[in-house]
Design a protein around this ligand. Structure first.
Ligand code: MN3
Length: 214
């Protein structure tokens, strides 16, 4: 069972690399704080919200996020925020890899070329989107039901899932993701993030969701 197949009680999965593996782009202390404290808090709060609602204990994160309107009013907001927080963070950590990120895997390079005109244009648009997030949120590479790629931003812990978009690659621009190392300079953090993208994981998500292998 992986992060996205799990159901209540939700648990934290270990990072798929050591805490210091993303140095110097993301520092070890930030990774500990981000994974062990911030993500853990979303997990604890999600479980707490669902404790007394066994009818939802077989639902995955995606089930909860897609069907939020079926939840009782009193837990709708905490489940939305915390299931989003768990989903977004687990995907964020999973789509990072130790430095030396290879070029985009062929499976996803072709659709990036088709949708954005090339990797440089993708980087420019992703950077612009991530810089435009006011306050806390994410920039995303997503695919729509027609398998076309685009870039969107979301606020807080909102997810593309609820918009019927399939998230391929999130960029967390909450200050907790970069403040210890980059202080207020989000642009430097974004620039460095491109060096630690796990393109194999992105390509895997693309093909698993029905995108054509090039
Ligand atoms: Mn975060």
């Amino acid at each position: 069972m992986n992060e996205f197949e799990q159901t209540y009680p939700f648990q934290n999965f270990p990072l798929p690399y050591p805490y210091n593996a993303l140095e110097p782009y993301i520092d070890e202390k930030t990774m500990h704080l981000h994974h062990d404290k911030h993500l853990q808090t979303y997990i604890d709060n999600l479980n707490k919200a669902l404790d007394n609602y066994p009818q939802f204990h077989s639902w995955t994160l995606e089930d909860l996020l897609r069907n939020i309107d079926f939840l009782p009013l009193e837990i709708k907001i905490p489940v939305w925020r915390n299931a989003g927080g768990v989903y977004n963070h687990q995907l964020f950590f999973k789509t990072l890899k130790p430095a030396g990120a290879e070029a985009a895997s062929a499976a996803v390079a072709q659709p990036i070329l088709a949708s954005f005109g090339g990797m440089a244009a993708f980087k420019d648009q992703m950077t612009e989107a991530a810089l435009s997030v006011f306050g806390s949120g994410y920039a995303w590479l997503v695919m729509d039901p027609q398998k076309k790629l685009s870039i969107i931003t979301t606020a807080n812990q909102d997810t593309p899932i609820a918009l019927s978009l399939y998230p391929l690659l999130p960029l967390d621009v909450w200050e907790h993701a970069y403040y210890l190392k980059y202080y207020n300079v989000r642009a430097d953090y974004i620039k460095n993030w491109f060096s630690i993208i796990n393109w194999q994981e992105v390509a895997k998500r693309y093909t698993e969701n029905g995108g054509k292998q090039s």
